[in-house]
Design a protein around this ligand. Structure first.
Ligand SMILES: NC(=O)c1ccc[n+]([C@@H]2O[C@H](COP(=O)([O-])OP(=O)(O)OC[C@H]3O[C@@H](n4cnc5c(N)ncnc54)[C@H](O)[C@@H]3O)[C@@H](O)[C@H]2O)c1
Length: 245
């Protein structure tokens, strides 16, 4: 299972499924398709599926001519038919995690996507969660749902977390884009980490493997918290400076 999937990934013959074609999912889908992978995007939005299949981009980071060409040559298409997840060797979950009324992450999108995958999970598939979420999500929310399929994680199917760190509007020519932003990868087992790293090492130039999905989940939160604290600090200074002026 492991060696066959690894070979498919390295030879770019693996079929990639991207679940959630938004700010994170569409650029990833376009990047993988541009590298020659066959990519199938999944979304619950009929408008986004129609736009993608029509080669019309709705995300600034993916120019319409680039998307149109990928669709024309047949490396990228989109569907709402979750039964087609079985066709994919790798499934990347890029669904939203908005805060709910109590300012806790709304996990329903991740739960829904995980249940969809579980219904047709087959031996030899790698699942990667990219959505921003709290440490423990991959093991405590995603894995129990996938385990319902009766396959052994790390042996028959593989599971990892790799946070999306893109900054929409940025590109590698301006600094950091999907192709040069370092990617942190943490798998449930060592083989899960290796397979996810094998995929992302084709997408971007630097991979940072970590010990577990929980560690990878924490790096993303730490980065966001670090940024928020610094923004607050600078705002405080700006307010004080205004008061002194
Ligand atoms: N936008 C950013 O700058 C950014 C950067 C880093 C990380 N993230 C994180 O990445 C995740 C995705 O964010 P985004 O900005 O791409 O969100 P988005 O709202 O732009 O896109 C999410 C897509 O998922 C689809 N979707 C929802 N439920 C689905 C389901 N069950 N199956 C298939 N598709 C489904 C939605 O229709 C939508 O098209 C979030 O957790 C977010 O916090 C976002």
């Amino acid at each position: 299972m492991y060696l066959q999937l690894r070979e498919h990934i390295e030879q770019r013959s693996a079929k990639i499924g991207v679940i959630g074609l938004g700010y994170v999912g569409l650029p990833l889908a376009a990047r993988a398709a541009g590298l020659g992978f066959s990519v199938l995007g999944f979304d619950v939005s009929a408008e986004k599926i129609a736009a993608t299949n029509g080669g019309q981009s709705y995300i600034g980071d993916v120019p319409t001519p680039v998307l149109a060409e990928l669709v024309r040559v047949g490396t990228l298409s989109a569907t709402a038919d979750v039964a087609r997840m079985v066709e994919c060797d790798l499934l990347v979950i890029c669904v939203p995690t908005p805060l709910n009324a109590t300012r806790d992450p709304d996990m329903r999108f991740i739960e829904h996507a995980s249940d969809d995958i579980a219904r047709s999970l087959r031996p030899g598939q790698l699942v990667v969660l990219e959505s921003t979420t709290y440490p423990g999500t991959t093991r405590e929310v995603v894995q129990p749902r996938l385990d319902q399929a009766g396959l052994a994680v790390g042996e028959q199917y593989f599971l990892a977390f790799s946070p999306e760190r893109i900054d929409p509007g940025q590109t590698s020519s301006k600094g950091w884009g999907v192709d040069n932003t370092p990617k942190v990868v943490g798998g449930v087992t060592a083989r899960c980490t290796e397979l996810a790293a094998a995929f992302y090492s084709q997408i971007t130039s630097q991979i940072v493997p970590v010990s577990s999905p929980d560690a990878a989940e924490l790096t993303k939160l730490f980065e966001n918290i670090f940024r928020a604290v610094n923004i607050a600090l600078v705002n405080e200074l700006a307010c004080s400076a205004t008061a002194w002026a």
